[in-house]
Design a binder for this molecule. Sequence first.
Ligand code: LLP
Length: 423
Amino acid sequence: MDHFNYRDGLLYAEEVPLEQIAEDYGTPCYVYSKATLTRHFRAYTDALGSHPHLICYAVKANSNIAVLGLLAKLGAGFDIVSVGELERVLKAGGDPAKVVFSGVAKQAHEMARALDVGIKCFNVESRPELERLNAVAGERGQVAPVSLRVNPDVDAGTHPYISTGLKDNKFGIPIDDALAVYELAASLPNLQVKGLDCHIGSQLTETAPFLDALERLLMLMERLRERGIEIDHLDLGGGLGVPYRDETPPHPFDYASQLLARLSRWEGGERLTLLFEPGRSIAANAGVMLTRVEFLKPGETKNFAIVDAAMNDLIRPALYQAWQAIVPVDTRPVRETAIYDVVGPVCETGDFLGQERELAIAPGDLLAVRSAGAYGFVMASNYNSRPRPAEVMVDGEHCYVVRARETLESLWAGEALLPEGAC
Ligand code: LLP
């Protein structure tokens, strides 16, 4: 459930009409709801109740510092994949002791910074990474807390680009090699084994793959125990899906209760701290992208609604053929209904936000692309020299610009002409 609802035919974000936001801040524009972010975060903490846990929000989903700051205040930890994400978390007031660091190619300087600020754990994805981390920690006279990201080889049943737990994905250590790599980790002087980690994919709509993965991880933990390697926390990654259209993903409560039921039958399960790295399920339906219709262009085989947002602002439809609802912000005017491809100004045939959508619209109308709070702005680019949109956070009846629309000058900031006479 989210806080974007119609009242008397007008779409609101909490107590604010989206039309007002478009007028005040222009389009395209991302709008986030503080109440929705809060609600989605609390769904996880409530679901886990008194079981020891830490919800490490996946920063990559929406890394605006206002979003991170809000989640930090709610007690969130963070899952990061770069030093840039780490600095954002720190800037937002996040607690480094609640940060886990994922990613297949952490650089030495990123490891060093993470050690200096005292993160909770490095989710290590390969043997060479383990050796690099041991060396970096050793040079600094520190001991790095580690978890191995194991690839459990389960099919998450999701889009191939966002499935990460299969043998032929680049992620994690194959489960059959994990024992040997844990033994190596335990033998290295500057590492301390803390946890076990996996992340099998994103936008999962069933709990079965998570439970399959858990089963395999518990088996591994038993074998580790036999070798005297104790695990304090189990990190099950992110991946819980959201309803974009007619999907019915499990609620965090169902997901957590199935996991807890399994753990209660496992020796020591009630003491095992659970970590989660949700991104999409917290942020996606806490955001919309507002865009205005520029022209309607009827064609022989297709009608186009050309809007002022494009694939550079929201790339999911173009990149994954992802379906996101596109709805009018004001449903009151009487308009003729037609089927449109909703396309942007970018010079690519793949530049669409939605295809074959039934809409009753006219030029100048505002549309909201829903479920745009995760993997929306963060994946935006300046392609076609388009400044990236503004981001606005709504809190009740208040609106805050949490990222100003980029200026034209910012497009070439950092660039330089060749010196006179160089060419
Ligand atoms: N942890 C790790 C290690 C991850 O790689 C990811 C996402 C997450 C957590 C968060 O997963 P979530 O709860 O959001 O499913 N750009 C794609 C999604 C890429 C997800 C990458 N990894 C999209 O727009 O659908």
